[in-house]
Design a protein around this ligand. Structure first.
Ligand SMILES: Nc1ncnc2c1ncn2[C@@H]1O[C@H](COP(=O)(O)OP(=O)(O)OP(=O)(O)O)[C@@H](O)[C@H]1O
Ligand SMILES: [Mg+2]
Length: 313
């Protein structure tokens, strides 16, 4: 009854000695926008390539609507749309002509092809500019043509690989609105990004991937709630860090604290209260604070807490 639109079971991919994806399992329900988040090199594109059948998994399985995606499962591949990270458009041709070209790859032709091209141009709000050559487009407009190409054959699930990288704010909004509208019409979406605020806005559930492994998955709200009240990162002068850590851990406003590269990362129940108490502790110990960062609770902070690293550096 409730067969997931997409399911992966312990998906792995190795390139020689490199384990690019180390056993990834998740499910996407029909009609869901699922976020796949991770820093550069985390294994996002490799995973998507296996989901679309472009790259064969070293081990593990991909199930589309309950059926295993194998090399020969062309009837499943036609139910999948893919918007790759790299653009592949002919610069001298118009968006309309580019899309007609892609449509022929999907074996569309004649009136049906023209209707689909018109429909997908509408979906990404490019109808007005459809006849202009691609070389006159902004980066964001090219991205939108790319998305339109992935929609031509009317897929049930769409994989988007970082669709907003290098995109101006106006196009970014147009992309968000298209995605939300397509989802309202029933399209299931896997959305890959390293922008946490995008995932917070768009996705019903997210998986955070790092070094080829999913380190957490849930709704953005639940992930953020698990953090408590935000994160403080404190640097101290000359050897007082161990004593300061002990004192911090005894404070009621502090949930947890761990040392990281000579600084203290403090998970709080409430960051402002914790900050006041920590300043008092530092004062009492006669410790000099050399750096202080306050991270509000959001997905970025979730990532920082889980990995000890910032997503964008
Ligand atoms: N064809 C390949 N041959 C060898 N190594 C590869 C290949 N494709 C990817 N890798 C390696 O696998 C790891 C994961 O790469 P992948 O492209 O999946 O990451 P990503 O999360 O998409 O990163 P980005 O955010 O930069 O796009 C990286 O270490 C990458 O160098
Ligand atoms: Mg990638």
């Amino acid at each position: 009854m409730n067969t997931p639109m997409l399911k992966t079971e312990n998906l792995m991919k190795t390139y020689g000695d490199l384990k690019a994806v180390k056993g990834v399992s998740f499910e996407i329900a029909r009609g869901e926008i699922f976020g796949f988040l991770g820093p550069n090199g985390a294994g996002k594109t490799t995973t998507i390539s296996m989901l679309t059948g472009l790259v064969r998994p070293t081990s593990g399985r991909v199930l589309v609507d309950g059926e295993e995606l194998t090399a020969r499962a062309n009837h499943l591949k036609t139910r999948i749309g893919f918007v790759p990270q790299e653009l592949a458009l002919y610069p001298t041709l118009s968006a309309y002509e580019n899309l007609k070209f892609f449509g022929r790859i999907y074996r569309l032709g004649g009136k049906e092809l023209r209707q689909r091209v018109d429909a997908v141009l509408e979906m990404v709000s490019l109808t007005d500019r459809a006849k202009d050559p691609i070389e006159d487009y902004s980066g964001g407009m090219k991205r939108r043509v790319n998305i339109a190409a992935g929609l031509l054959h009317n897929p049930e699930i769409l994989f988007l690989d970082e669709p907003t990288v290098g995109v101006d704010p106006q196009s970014r909004n147009a992309i968000f609105e298209s995605i939300e509208e397509l989802n309202r019409q029933g399209l299931t979406i896997l959305y890959t990004t390293h922008y946490m605020e995008e995932a917070e806005r768009l996705c019903q559930r997210v998986a955070i991937i790092d070094h080829g492994q999913i380190i957490s998955q849930d709704t953005p709200q639940a992930l953020i709630r698990s953090l408590g009240g935000g994160l403080l990162r404190v640097g101290l002068l000359n050897g007082k860090l161990p004593a300061f850590t002990e004192a911090a851990l005894r404070l009621p406003s502090v949930k947890d604290a761990q040392r990281l590269e000579g600084e203290l990362m403090i998970q709080t129940h409430e960051s402002r209260q914790a900050l006041l108490e920590l300043l008092e502790v530092a004062n009492r110990m006669d410790a000099t604070i050399t750096s202080l960062e306050i991270h509000e609770p959001n997905l970025e902070t979730v990532f920082l807490t889980l990995t000890g690293r910032s997503l964008r550096n």
